[in-house]
Design a protein around this ligand. Structure first.
Ligand code: 15L
Length: 273
């Protein structure tokens, strides 16, 4: 069984992965502080991603890393800079120094948030991040490619949609990722013998999905979730939301409309030959 570090172990996704991943890996957990529900059989090491010496300590001796440690929504520049930009650099650089060869990097759908909902995207499209948070994940994907090609690390970037047991609203019907499907993607990233560098969408087999995830399928991804099975939950969630013309047009939803000061009509007319 492989020894794997999970960063961001105290976050929402991390907490769920802590329940599911021990069936496949011997886990070392890390976060800025210990999760309040840490079990006696769980190994935990505290580290601030902005401190490379601490990051080197936690990556030492593992076979692979699942990097979910980040500020996971829009935030102040200083917050994003330290947690997501400096932090992700420190993680990759520490992995290189400690000879850890495999990383699964939690990127986000907000790398491409400013694409309209009627456009089907491969992972080869130009990034159109919708927030500084999305910009930091775009940086992370670039860093991942750099460490893969320049230093021989093997990296899978997952542009995660919306992880959870049910999709939270109508937008999330198109980007939902069932937990079991996430585990499948992580296992491809850590174990597939032919994987050097890839970007996949972190989404289940949603009937109204926006993304062409052909690259993931080529590596054997067989998602079992389809958000249509949870349509009622999404409709209930949507009923609690206010109308949001900008957010409802773009794939990134409220991440796009938050602080939006652009020319919406002009962006809608934008031709992409
Ligand atoms: C993300 O990247 C966030 O981390 C997550 O909290 C969700 O908001 C998700 O995107 C989303 O777009 O629904």
């Amino acid at each position: 069984m492989k020894r794997v570090l999970l960063t961001g172990a105290g976050g929402g996704v991390g907490k769920r992965l802590r329940q599911m991943l021990p069936a496949h890996y011997s886990l070392r957990l890390s976060d800025i502080e210990a999760p309040d529900d840490l079990a006696p059989n769980e190994e935990f090491m505290e580290a601030d991603l902005a401190d490379i010496a601490g990051v080197e300590r936690v990556v030492d001796g593992v076979d692979g890393i699942i990097h979910f440690g980040a500020y996971s929504v829009e935030g102040l520049w200083e917050t994003i800079l330290n947690a997501n930009i400096v932090g992700t650099y420190n993680l990759f650089e520490a992995a290189r120094r400690k000879d850890v060869k495999r990383i699964v990097f939690a990127s986000s759908n907000h790398v491409v948030g400013f694409y309209p909902r009627d456009e089907r995207l491969t992972t080869d499209v130009t990034a159109l991040p919708d927030t500084l948070y999305g910009v930091s994940k775009t940086f992370g994907e670039g860093l991942a490619a750099f460490y893969a090609y320049k230093h021989g690390l093997r990296v899978l970037c997952l542009r995660v949609g919306n992880f959870g047991d049910t999709p939270l609203d109508i937008r999330r019907l198109s980007i939902w990722l069932q937990p079991d499907d996430m585990v499948q993607l992580i296992r491809i990233g850590l174990e597939h013998p032919d994987l050097d560098f890839e970007i996949f969408y972190g989404a289940s087999d949603n009937s109204r999905g926006w993304w062409d995830n052909a690259r993931a399928y080529r590596y054997g991804y067989k998602p079992s979730g389809n958000s249509e099975d949870h349509l009622d939950a999404a409709i209930d969630g949507q009923a609690k939301l206010a109308p949001d013309p900008v957010g409802d047009y773009f794939q990134g939803g409220p991440f796009c409309s938050q602080g939006f000061a652009g020319d919406f009509e002009r962006m809608k007319r934008r031709e992409r030959p």
